[in-house]
Design a protein. Structure first.
Length: 521
């Protein structure tokens, strides 16, 4: 589990939000190599009789804003359950789900139309306060074929590639939930999809192949939510046609018609997501090669300009916006090597066909497609036990960049993670910093966890942001704006001057209490 968050060039809120995103838990265990070539050691053969294990937790996660307006941001109570049955002949069945209740309701968005939502997620009674979600439903088989160990997983699942902290580089298989910005637990924020995942270990090689017929887009925050994305950020939306009509309208304004999102029709041959991975250790160095071919879960906002009659026989431009998804192809690689108390590792991707918003009104649809390279080099150090230190240097490069792309050609991030387990690992202070020099913005996440018992843990911490108003972190320093006409992502039914939602950066202090349980039947 890893702490994750990522700043982008001020406007790359969505472009990067999808390409690099990934929040993970504020508490992070020392990283494990995700691409080790060896099969799990000492795996037990499944018993001859069925056996069921039920695990889960009951958690309350409450957060209070530390900037105006001072108020409770959330008080989410979660009941999570997972059941795993070991069946004869190497088969197993695993399913997990959770029930989320938040009486404040500022983070969970309204339930969209049923035809835009999978059947595995419900908001009880259409409420923003109570949500039930099926997370996993996997039929598995573990055994041997010839001289190879083989694991098969069929069903709704997560596939985790890569090991970067804070930003996802290789972890491209599953879409992401951004309703809580980049702050949600890594595993909770990843959206599960249906597919077949096969892994084999043979003569020191790890081979993996996947087919995913199910498609889900990234889940964006509600337009009036605590972490509503600011459409004015450069690079988030394409350029929009605006107009003035003095003296009635003192400043330029924009008419926008936002259409419903267009997603690929899944469960069809043309929309299959397919992937493969090959890994092996050579001379103490772990090496891996990845490939993923699928529709990008990131929303690419296609813009066309129509016309509508205006006052006095004039014609006014109307910007028709529709979120769509483009197919991308990603080739990636990873390495890792232990050097005494240090571990040096890295990973990178080259993605063909990424969609970027264009700032050129002459562009017919407001989208420019370019290749993108992303990379991370990290160093782990545990030479002063029990202190764990991780440092990362992360970069993203838009190949064949042009001025109309408002995202910087080269974006850089630096991260620092300090973790110091104390008192036999029952008290664990941690600090995670993420700095983006492009926009001089920072995410700061201090936290202390106390493991009161084997089942009960209490964490106290904060999520703080710095940065310019037009940056990814600074965008939440909302201001009151006067909108004489409907604007992009307006709250429905609001006319005249409307406040952004909510004012002030959403820095917060939080308390998380979790009680875990497990039993076997």
């Amino acid at each position: 589990m890893r702490t994750a968050s990522r700043p982008t060039r001020s406007g790359a809120a969505l472009a990067l939000g999808v390409a690099l995103a990934a929040p993970a838990a504020p508490l992070v265990a020392p990283p494990c190599r995700a691409d080790e070539a060896a099969a799990p050691a000492g795996a037990e053969a499944p018993p001859s009789e069925p056996r069921v294990r039920i695990t889960g937790y009951l958690e309350n996660d409450s957060a209070y804003r530390v900037r105006e307006p001072l108020r409770w941001q959330k008080s989410q109570s979660r009941l999570a359950l997972e059941a795993e049955a070991r069946l004869p002949a190497g088969f197993s069945l695993r399913t997990s789900a959770w029930l989320l209740w938040d009486p404040i309701g500022r983070l969970v968005s309204d339930d969209p139309d049923l035809d835009a939502e999978p059947v595995d997620r419900w908001q009880v009674g259409g409420s923003r306060h109570l949500e039930l979600e099926l997370r996993d439903a996997i039929l598995g088989w573990r055994g041997s074929v010839g001289g190879a160990r083989l694991d098969l997983a069929l069903g709704k699942q997560q596939v985790v590639w890569g090991q970067s902290i804070g930003l996802r580089i290789l972890d491209v298989v599953n879409p992401q939930d951004y309703r809580e910005f980049l702050l949600d637990d890594f595993n909770d924020a990843r959206l599960t999809t249906f597919g077949l995942n096969a892994e084999a270990w043979i003569e020191g090689w790890t081979l993996q192949a996947m087919v995913f017929p199910d498609f889900e887009p990234n889940r964006l925050p509600a337009r009036d939510g605590e972490f509503a994305l600011d459409p004015a950020l450069p690079g988030f939306l394409p350029a929009l046609a605006s107009f003035t009509a003095p003296p009635l309208v003192p400043q330029p304004f924009t008419l926008v018609d936002v259409r419903s999102e267009r997603t690929p029709h899944d469960w069809r041959w043309a929309t299959l997501g397919v992937g493969a991975r090959v890994a092996r250790t050579f001379g103490g160095v772990d090496l891996a090669l990845h490939y993923w071919d699928a529709y990008d879960p990131a929303q690419a906002w296609r813009r066309t300009v129509a016309a509508t009659p205006g006052p006095g026989g004039t014609t006014l431009p109307v910007n028709v916006l529709r979120a769509e998804h483009v197919r991308v192809h990603t080739l990636g690689g990873a390495f890792g090597a232990a050097l005494g108390a240090f571990t040096l590792w890295g990973e990178g991707t080259f993605t063909w066909g990424r969609a970027f918003a264009s700032g050129d009104l002459a562009d017919a649809d407001g989208i420019v497609r370019r290749p993108e390279m992303q990379s991370v080099v990290g160093v782990d150090w545990n030479g002063l036990d029990p202190l764990f230190v991780n440092v990362q240097w992360i970069q993203s490069l838009v190949v064949d960049h042009e001025d109309a792309i408002e995202v910087d050609r080269l974006r850089t991030w630096l991260t620092l993670l300090l973790r110091l387990p104390l008192r036999h690992e029952t008290v664990i202070p941690q600090l995670f910093l993420l700095w983006g020099p492009n926009d001089h913005e920072t995410m700061i996440r201090p936290v202390v966890e106390w493991k009161a018992t084997d089942r009960l843990s209490i964490a106290v911490g904060a999520d703080l942001f710095t940065g310019a108003r037009d940056g990814l972190f600074g965008q939440y320093a909302h201001e009151t704006r006067c909108q004489p006409v409907p604007d992009v992502f307006r709250a429905p039914g609001v006319a005249g001057c409307e406040p952004d939602f909510p004012p002030g950066r959403p820095g917060r202090a939080f308390v998380r209490v979790r009680w875990a349980f497990d039993t076997e039947l």
